[in-house]
Design a protein around this ligand. Structure first.
Ligand code: CTP
Ligand code: MG
Length: 240
């Protein structure tokens, strides 16, 4: 019984706008993907890592992650796909029968702390087949009609009760067989409808299976823009 973590790092980082993929951008002197891998390894509950990388960057990603002295678990690197969902599927293809639990984590969340990794794995091992960390939402959220924008004005369809909303993060944790079923179905939907999921629990929900939320962490914030990188730099300084 082992836990495999798929660390997605195959994105290009368009919104960050650097001349290298986001996962290789430095935060406090180390690439985002290294920070994320270190914290997965430090959790003590991850047995091996599969890192998805951009085309042609296998060697570069393997060098920085596998050779980091703090990443003391086996590391494999696989080329990702054109969507996050396809990248996760490429990583999942390397899971073995002994990997009963699979985590999916974004290199774009470099500071997700080891205790969060443990919290997610514990919930999966406690019998919850699909587990995501989530935080309460501070803003009131409106749902608008798709493509309803006219001159920058959109029609509101619904205002869900904020108390029951959660903004979800990674790592997300799964029973491997359930995640494999969810991705198989997700792949056929992506082909048929051109829809790719931005989150793996969503694929499980689409199967009609239950997904569960555990408490998230502010420090698991996602790096999308330069400003996020500045916030992460402050958090990293607070950590030490
Ligand atoms: N990802 C991936 N394969 C893709 C796209 C994204 O493995 N084809 C990964 C990214 O590397 C990232 C995570 O999925 O760790 C979340 O994606 P996102 O934050 O959107 O990162 P990017 O796609 O790199 O950024 P952008 O959308 O701004 O280009
Ligand atoms: Mg993206």
């Amino acid at each position: 019984m082992t836990t495999l973590a798929i660390l997605t790092a195959a994105g290009s980082g368009t919104r960050l706008g650097r001349d290298l993929p986001k996962a290789l951008v430095a935060l406090g002197g180390f690439p985002l993907v290294v920070h994320a891998a270190r914290r997965l390894a430090a959790s003590g509950v991850v047995d091996s890592l599969v890192v998805t990388c951009p085309a042609g960057l296998d060697a570069a990603v393997r060098d920085v992650v596998a050779q980091d002295p703090h990443v003391d678990v086996p590391v494999r690197v696989v080329e990702g796909g054109s969507t996050r969902q396809a990248s996760v599927a490429a990583g999942l293809a390397l899971a073995g029968p002994e990997d009963d639990v699979v985590l999916v984590h974004d290199a774009a969340r470099p500071l997700a702390p080891p205790r969060l990794v443990r919290r997610v794995v514990e919930a999966v091992r406690g019998g919850h087949g699909a587990v995501v960390p989530g935080l309460p939402v501070a803003d009131t959220v409106k749902r608008v009609a798709p493509a309803s924008s006219a001159g920058g004005v959109e029609r509101v369809v619904e205002t869900p009760d904020r108390a029951v909303l959660r903004a979800v993060q990674t790592p997300q944790g799964f029973d491997r067989a359930l995640l494999e079923r969810a991705h198989a179905r997700g792949a056929s939907r992506a082909t048929a409808e051109g829809l790719a999921a931005t989150d793996d629990a969503g694929l499980v929900e689409a199967l009609g299976e239950a997904a569960y939320v555990v408490a998230g962490e502010e420090s698991a914030l996602k790096i999308t823009t330069e400003r996020d990188l500045q916030v992460a730099t402050l958090l990293l300084q607070e950590e030490s």
